[in-house]
Ligand binder design. Structure first.
Ligand SMILES: *[C@@H]1O[C@H](CO)[C@@H](O)[C@H](O)[C@H]1NC(C)=O
Ligand SMILES: *[C@@H]1O[C@H](CO)[C@@H](O)[C@H](O)[C@H]1NC(C)=O
Ligand SMILES: *[C@@H]1O[C@H](CO)[C@@H](O)[C@H](O)[C@H]1NC(C)=O
Length: 397
């Protein structure tokens, strides 16, 4: 080889190495190159944390790569702001540290993303929260002031981001928890926990806006998707829920000066064997707020206990204060809802005496009782609105 072609060859090899490092314009940070051990036992929290920080502080598009393998880690905080868009590529399986005590920080998630713009979580890998060892520590069925168990992924103040092709099983608490996020898209995710696991909501959203959830399967012990106060512009499309408690707005009205909930659109979803289908609930004795512009359309119910329910007398504990809810529910549309109800009351619109529901629409409802003995019925209290098209059970509005 002449010295010129040798020089060319060396340059070419440097170029190949550089291309490998930057990927398609991305700088790749492979956790195994920084000491992560995929033996399912070694605690990788520190390594993951350091690698994320490095990627976050590098200019341009950075990518944190978790290759195939089983990685154990305790709580990690992936905090921005980052210097550019960042992705977390999870090809491997992440398993949690089963010591519940180690999660005692105030953010209280297993993997927390904080103050990040343009985050992508991708890769086809999985999260295992190893819930069975944590669930006995859950006291929330007994007490209102319990501490929730950590969610598997928490997104706090995260904007313009995407989570795709990810599985999560047996979360200790909620699978995905969103707080003060805007512009987030979830698709092709699979969230699974047993039907009797406590408070394992699929996606819980609080004080967030412009959230899109689509093409996903959520089978858990609690709500499929739940919205707490301060949520607006949320779309849920093409999601299979069940088992679990269905899609839920609320419980609203627990605190003074709560922000409203508005603009939820649920389209083309299927509920199988869930406790509820489409539920809006407010505390029996509540502070004032509003829930409005909620649309539920093209929904199939399969053996759902309460397919359509507004409950303004929500009180899961013995010692709740009785009273009238001060939450105003308005402009709620149920369009093309069909299938089977496991209870006889397939449609229950129990609104507040002091704030009757306004502009409720029931269009093309066909829900039949799946048990023996008589057709399904509906039940209304303080519900105003109109019914259009075929109604099974007969509308009570
Ligand atoms: C996210 O958006 C909010 C509201 O637009 C903004 O105040 C906040 O700074 C943004 N956060 C990040 C991390 O970019
Ligand atoms: C929700 O769907 C509507 C109607 O298709 C669309 O205009 C809106 O941009 C969507 N919002 C989000 C957050 O995806
Ligand atoms: C819902 O399904 C119908 C029928 O398959 C389809 O035409 C429509 O585009 C879907 N809506 C959304 C928002 O995906």
């Amino acid at each position: 080889m002449s010295s010129i072609s040798a020089f060319r060859f060396v340059c070419f090899m440097f170029f190949v190495a550089w291309i490998n490092e930057v990927g398609a314009g991305k700088i790749v940070f492979d956790v195994t190159k920084y000491g992560a051990v995929a033996d399912g036992k070694t605690d990788n929290s520190k390594v993951f944390q350091n690698v994320f920080d490095k990627a976050c502080q590098s200019e341009g598009y950075s990518s944190v790569l978790i290759p195939d393998g089983k990685y154990m880690l305790g709580p990690v905080l992936f905090a921005g702001p980052c210097k550019g868009p960042i992705e977390l590529v999870i090809n491997g399986a992440l398993i949690s540290d089963t010591d519940v005590g180690s999660y005692g920080n105030k953010l209280f998630h297993w993997i927390t993303f904080y103050r990040i713009d343009r985050l992508a979580v991708v890769g086809g890998g999985s999260l295992d929260g190893r819930g069975p060892s944590a669930w006995p520590h859950n006291t929330c069925s007994k007490s209102k002031s319990c501490n929730p168990l950590p969610s598997s992924m928490g997104f706090n103040f995260v904007n313009n981001s995407r989570v795709t092709h990810l599985s999560s099983i047996n979360s200790m608490g909620v699978h995905m928890n969103l707080y003060r996020c805007s512009g987030m898209k979830f698709d092709n995710i699979h969230l699974i926990a047993p039907e009797d696991s406590p408070n394992t909501d699929g996606i819980h959203i609080g004080e967030s806006t412009n959230i899109d959830i689509s093409s996903s399967v959520i089978a858990t012990g609690d709500d499929c998707v739940s919205l707490s106060p301060g949520c607006s512009s949320i779309n849920v499309t093409d999601v299979w829920c069940g088992p679990g408690h269905g899609i839920s707005v609320g419980s609203l009205g627990r605190m003074a000066n709560e922000e409203d909930v508005s603009g939820l659109t649920v389209t083309n979803c299927t509920f199988t064997g869930t406790q509820n289908g489409l539920r809006v609930k407010t505390w029996a004795s509540s502070f004032a707020s509003n829930a409005f512009d909620l649309t539920f359309q093209n929904i199939r119910m399969e053996n759902v206990y309460n397919p359509i329910v507004i409950d303004q007398q929500y009180c899961p504990y013995d010692n709740c204060q009785k009273g009238n809810s001060q939450v105003q529910i308005q402009n709620v549309k149920y369009r093309n809802i069909w299938g089977t109800s496991r209870s006889k009351i397939a449609v229950a619109l129990e609104c507040s005496q002091s704030k009757p529901c306004q502009k409720i629409e029931l269009s093309n409802i066909e829900l039949v009782y799946s048990g023996a003995g008589g057709p399904a019925s509906s039940s209304c209290n303080n519900a105003n609105g109109a019914a259009y098209g075929p109604q099974k059970p007969p509308s009570c509005i």
